[in-house]
Design a protein. Structure first.
Length: 242
């Protein structure tokens, strides 16, 4: 299958996670997500109710972030935030794991923190591992903890500390063995880079540039050389958020 035959639109979580997002921005994101057949919109918790109203009876899911972007809020606060989001209409939760406890070797705390949200909400949970901050061993431990806790996806990053890499996705695909989905997020700037992540094993793509990625794909007379150059440029700027 050629790169042009891979439809990335149904894999995209159309993300709007800047601090200055307005209701008008959320409305535009929801309209774009429906128009382009994206998987979900991913917005801040305060806008979940609005997004749920705009996307009522639509295929596009409402996703929000929990403990974002550090994962350092208490477990009780994370659980409340998750439950409130579900009450307001969220169908999916992207949860930043307890990175501090992971670094301290308190793996039971990391597990309990995430498991409570998975079990109490019963919704799709994407565990954000923040791969760039972890050692290879911590990456493996985090992935196993999250799968055992009930996460539906392993997500590479928030976008605040570096973006997704092909190596990250390959590792998570190897560890997960198709037990869960894999979400690549952060720094995806071109269609070529998105395709590289999908070929490595990503099943969701978190990006604020979903519309631009599709337009990049549809640019007339794009050669394979163009795509390769685009991917190289995107990797050079992989620390760009969302």
């Amino acid at each position: 299958m050629s790169d042009f035959d891979i439809d990335i639109a149904p894999m995209i979580d159309h993300s709007l996670l800047v601090a200055t997002a307005t209701p008008e921005d959320v409305t535009r994101w929801c309209n774009e997500a429906e128009r382009y057949n994206f998987a979900a919109v991913c917005i801040h918790p305060r806008y979940v109710r609005l997004a749920a109203e705009l996307l009522n009876n639509k295929r596009v899911k409402v996703c929000t972030v929990i403990g974002f972007p550090t994962g350092a809020t208490t477990s009780a606060v994370k659980l409340y935030e998750a439950q409130e989001a579900i009450d307001n209409g969220a169908a999916e939760l992207d949860v930043v794991i307890d990175l501090g406890s992971l670094k301290a070797g308190k793996v039971d705390d990391v597990h309990a923190d995430l498991a409570a949200i998975c079990h109490e909400t019963g919704k799709t949970v994407k565990a954000i591992l923040e791969m760039s901050l972890l050692t290879p061993e911590e990456q493996r431990i985090a992935a196993e903890i999250c799968m055992d806790a009930g996460a539906s996806y392993l997500k590479t990053s928030t976008g605040w500390n570096g973006g997704a890499t092909v190596a990250d996705i390959k590792l998570l695909a190897e560890l997960s063995k198709e037990r869960v989905g894999i979400k690549a997020a952060g720094g995806i700037k071109t269609h070529a880079e998105a395709i590289a992540l999908v070929r490595a094993g990503a099943t969701r793509l978190g990006t604020s540039r979903g519309v631009a990625l599709l337009k990049d794909r549809d640019r007339p007379n794009r050669s394979k050389g163009d795509q390769s150059a685009d991917a190289d440029r995107a990797r050079e700027n992989a620390d760009d958020q969302y």
